[in-house]
Design a protein around this ligand. Sequence first.
Ligand SMILES: NC(=O)c1ccc[n+]([C@@H]2O[C@H](COP(=O)([O-])OP(=O)(O)OC[C@H]3O[C@@H](n4cnc5c(N)ncnc54)[C@H](OP(=O)(O)O)[C@@H]3O)[C@@H](O)[C@H]2O)c1
Length: 217
Amino acid sequence: MTLGDVSGGLGGPADLRALARVRDACDVILVGAGTVRDESYPPYPGGETRQQQRLAKGLAPRPPIAMVTRTGRLPDGHPLVADPQRPPIVIVAGADEAAARSALASTPAGPGIRWIVAGDDTLDWRGALDGLAALGLPRISCEGGPGINGALLEAGLIDEVFLTLAPALVGGEGLRLTSTREPARRTELTLVSALTHGSELLLRYRRDTSADAAASR
Ligand SMILES: NC(=O)c1ccc[n+]([C@@H]2O[C@H](COP(=O)([O-])OP(=O)(O)OC[C@H]3O[C@@H](n4cnc5c(N)ncnc54)[C@H](OP(=O)(O)O)[C@@H]3O)[C@@H](O)[C@H]2O)c1
């Protein structure tokens, strides 16, 4: 969901803190190129204190950003590829690798980009996540957008969902949380926690694997 084409205006300060906490517990932030383009995604923005807290938990001070793309297309000067010291990881299918490499090669971060090539003609999502694990990055905070969320849903690769209900109504034609090629089907979730901050509701769900097992019988 977006307001003025970005998600930033939807949640309040508690939502931003919740997002920061998830980011601060992960090894890598996974995001689609559409969101990277629309939201001017920078590398992890956590300052010194958050980095020290991550180190104390045995994590790297800054989780890298892993961008999924077919084209590698980003606007000139995009912050994700502006810093040679903090290059992203880029995830592509084999058929798209050459074009994506060519699009990103001349960016300041280009030479330092780590590439994960998963699948031949189309992206193999399980292979992509295995590729992150092989880099020592198994705990993934996926930040969308809906296309990436939907692909992970179809591949059965979503474990948890952090959902904030912001106390506002907005119109428009926003996408769902998960957008899939196949018709919608239910994936059951179990509520893990529900926090309130004013009228904002911060929900954490875990995928109900017992429901998955029952459905496959
Ligand atoms: N409310 C929220 O919390 C929230 C969170 C995140 C995003 N959003 C919003 O969602 C919108 C973007 O969503 P979106 O669904 O259009 O974009 P997206 O899911 O972020 O990214 C779509 C892009 O990812 C790449 N991609 C997708 N599937 C792929 C595959 N199978 N193999 C290789 N690359 C693949 C393609 O990149 P290329 O085009 O580069 O090939 C595709 O155009 C933005 O407006 C953003 O603000 C909202």
